[in-house]
Design a protein around this ligand. Structure first.
Ligand SMILES: N[C@@H](CCC(=O)N[C@@H](CS)C(=O)NCC(=O)O)C(=O)O
Length: 347
């Protein structure tokens, strides 16, 4: 793929973004090496943006509208469902070599569930002529490209294995179930979010069906949209399934118990004083759990309590996870409560 072809596809993907104010340059480079397609609210995008912030890498930022909606003229598809963006993802899929996602598990790990062709984030590297999909891969890629001013995955084999273990644990957290699912016992999500979640799957499926019809001559796009439709139909079928929702929360509770043990009593981060990719990913995920009203899951886990406050004091996580969530999602009193009390360390 030549850079001209990449630039054309990226320009096509940008053309679907309704508001030019959501296309910006981060940093002072007028022609940055990287371009990111993401969403302010998206947990996976928050992970990548936190890494970019920690590394002080400039990039072209495209903050996409990832919810489909019903307009006066019918369904308005999410911006990342449009063909040029999906084509960019299909290029990225080639180097991943995984089949498309075929159903719903509540998790989004590409390793475990397959490749979702219709999600954010996505990174374009114009210097290398590459398109990288999947937050786990993008974070590792950025860390390999630039180890300054912070290296997030250590070179030493044992330390690296320790960090990668946490990276893989967080990558498999059933965040989809927690965000989209209606918990039968204690659903503490903001009311406005619950309202969105009542119709979200119907809008997604209607938008993807409209995209399938509009691209009927393109076999690649059709199979991408069909895979996504199968996943979203699966999500719709379990969003009110009590056993499914309880199992997801139970699983997260066990992970938090493991995290508490892994942290121990003394050090601020997973690897003592040195901040790692495991901390970035846990930080973003703990913010999401807090937003959803689930911080009580670790109130009796003192090491996690201490860890969460150390992470949230990092300017990167404060901006890219807490502030970005507050600016892009319905208000949550649980997140408001910690945002006000978090002391942000100076950079
Ligand atoms: N494994 C992927 C998962 C990406 C993912 O699920 N993205 C969500 C937001 S965090 C998304 O784009 N959702 C919108 C949709 O499904 O249409 C990654 O980590 O990048």
């Amino acid at each position: 793929m030549t850079n001209d072809q990449l630039m054309n596809l990226a320009a096509g993907a940008r053309a679907a973004i309704a508001d030019p104010a959501r296309m910006t340059l981060v940093g002072s480079d007028a022609n940055p090496r990287f371009e990111l397609f993401h969403a302010a609210s998206s947990l996976c995008s928050q992970k990548v943006r936190t890494v970019l912030f920690e590394k002080r890498l400039p990039y072209r930022s495209n903050d996409m509208m990832i919810l489909s909606s019903m307009g006066p003229d019918g369904i308005v598809p999410a911006e990342h469902y449009h063909p040029p963006y999906v084509r960019l993802r299909l290029i990225a899929a080639q180097e991943i070599g995984r089949e498309f996602v075929s159903g719903y598990s509540g998790r989004t790990s590409v390793e475990g569930e397959g490749f979702d062709p219709c999600v954010v984030p996505l990174l374009v590297d114009y210097e290398a002529g590459r398109v990288i999909a999947d937050s786990r891969r993008i974070c590792l890629y950025l860390d390999a490209v630039s180890s300054d001013p912070v290296q997030l995955v250590p070179a030493d084999a044992d330390a690296r294995a320790q960090v990668m273990q946490q990276v893989d644990i967080v990558d498999r957290i059933p965040n989809g179930s927690l965000l989209y699912g209606f918990h039968p016992d204690a659903d503490l999500r903001p009311e406005a979010l619950k309202t969105v979640m009542e119709s979200v799957y119907d809008y997604k499926i209607a938008a993807l069906e409209a995209m399938t019809d509009a691209n009927a001559e393109n076999a690649e796009l059709i199979s991408a949209y069909r895979a996504k439709i199968a996943k979203e139909r699966g999500g719709k079928s379990v969003r009110h399934d009590a056993a499914f929702q309880r199992a997801a929360r139970h699983h997260v509770a066990a992970l938090l118990a493991d995290l508490d043990r892994a942290l121990g009593t003394a050090s601020p981060y997973l690897r003592g004083e040195s901040f790692s990719l495991g901390d970035v990913l846990w930080g973003v995920n703990l913010v999401r759990l807090t937003y959803l009203g689930l911080a009580s899951m670790w109130e009796d886990r003192p090491n996690v309590v201490r860890y969460a406050s150390a992470l949230l004091a990092r300017p990167s996580l404060h901006k890219e996870a807490i502030q970005a969530t507050m600016n892009s999602m319905p208000p949550s009193r649980y997140l408001d409560a910690i945002a006000g009390t978090t002391e942000v360390a100076s950079v």
